[in-house]
Each structure stands twice: as structure tokens, then as C-alpha cells.
Design a protein around this ligand. Structure first.
Ligand code: SF4
Ligand code: SF4
Length: 168
């Protein structure tokens, strides 16, 4: 007998089926929304509702496919946590991207475990903490980034879909 899927697994399956399919509609919606006054209380309520349902350990897609920025402050904190010199840490795990920012030198991120937990979770980069940026006004204003996040992140997809259609 097939096991019943959890709500988290259903959200991820829905994103796999519809994330790319609904990209154009979500892009137009997010562009229009960014030109209006964004009601943060509404977006925040939906953000919290979706993140209560989804279990990031079922997914891990951001850590597998995105390149989070490691600021100098992040590097100092994380290298201290893992007990490495900053220069060694940077050489071993990071590279500069086209904009000159430090990002992981491989994907999936070298700190991702096979069970989707993060080896440096307590001290992870600020950009990992704030991903997919649906909790902040700035996130909704950066409509191109948020559009991209709907095809990277099942939670971002569900949040935007719910804002756009009222369903979900
Ligand atoms: S540092 Fe941790 S949370 Fe950030 S991408 Fe790597 S594994 Fe994921
Ligand atoms: S992509 Fe989104 S849902 Fe998946 S682990 Fe990252 S934040 Fe969680």
C-alpha cells in the first residue's frame, strides 16, 4: 500500500508540476505587485503559513542549486565555528562570482549533508537565513529575484501562488 504524502511533500510535488508552468503568470503578477504599495502584514501571514507546512529537510533545493553570498562577516563567523583559518576556509570552500562576491565553489553547497541538514546551520550565512526573501518588503520589491525563487523554492512558489490566486 502506498504511503500517504505529507502536506510538505504535496507542496513540493505541486511546485515540481507547476513552478515552471506558472512562471510567466507569476512574473507578471510580481512585477505589478512591486509597483504597488506592498501590504507586508498580508505577505508575512502567508509566508508564515506556508513555512509552517513545508519541511525544508524534504527539499534542500536552495542548497543544491543556488549560490548564497558569503560576506566577510559570514566567513569570519563560520570559519571560527569550523575551527579553520579564514584564508584556508576561503580556499577550500569558496570562489568569487562574476560580481566579485564570495560563493560556494561547488554545488550542492559543501556544507549540505545528505539528509538536507546544514553542517553550519547555527552560523549559516545571512543570505541563507533570509532565503527566499518572502518575509521582507525588500524581497517583494525585488520582483525579478522573487520570480526566480519561484522556480528554485517550493515555499516561495506556494506563497506567490497564494498571493496571486488566493488559493492554496
Ligand atoms: S551554508 Fe548551509 S544553509 Fe547555506 S547553502 Fe550551504 S548548506 Fe544550505
Ligand atoms: S528551496 Fe525553499 S523550501 Fe526548499 S529547502 Fe530551500 S527554503 Fe526550504
Amino acid at each position: 500500500m502506498q504511503e500517504e504524502r505529507t502536506e510538505s511533500q504535496l507542496i513540493i510535488a505541486d511546485w515540481k508540476s507547476n513552478g515552471q508552468k506558472n512562471l510567466a503568470a507569476n512574473k507578471i503578477f510580481l512585477k505589478r505587485l512591486s509597483q504597488k504599495k506592498i501590504e507586508l502584514s498580508q505577505t508575512l501571514a502567508i509566508h508564515e503559513e506556508v513555512f509552517e507546512k513545508i519541511n525544508c529537510l524534504d527539499c534542500g533545493n536552495c542548497c543544491k542549486t543556488a549560490h548564497p553570498i558569503f560576506t566577510k562577516t559570514d566567513v569570519a563567523r563560520i570559519s571560527d565555528f569550523v575551527g579553520m583559518k579564514i584564508s584556508l576556509f576561503e580556499n577550500q570552500y569558496l570562489k568569487s562570482d562574476a560580481e566579485g562576491d564570495l560563493v560556494p565553489n561547488q554545488l550542492p553547497c559543501p556544507f549540505l549533508n545528505t539528509d538536507n541538514t546544514c553542517q553550519v546551520y547555527e552560523v549559516r550565512p545571512k543570505s541563507c537565513r533570509s532565503f527566499p526573501h518572502t518575509h521582507s518588503k525588500e524581497g517583494w520589491e525585488r520582483n525579478n529575484l522573487l520570480t526566480k525563487n519561484t522556480i528554485t523554492c517550493p515555499a516561495a512558489f506556494r506563497i506567490v501562488e497564494k498571493m496571486r490566486t488566493g488559493r492554496g
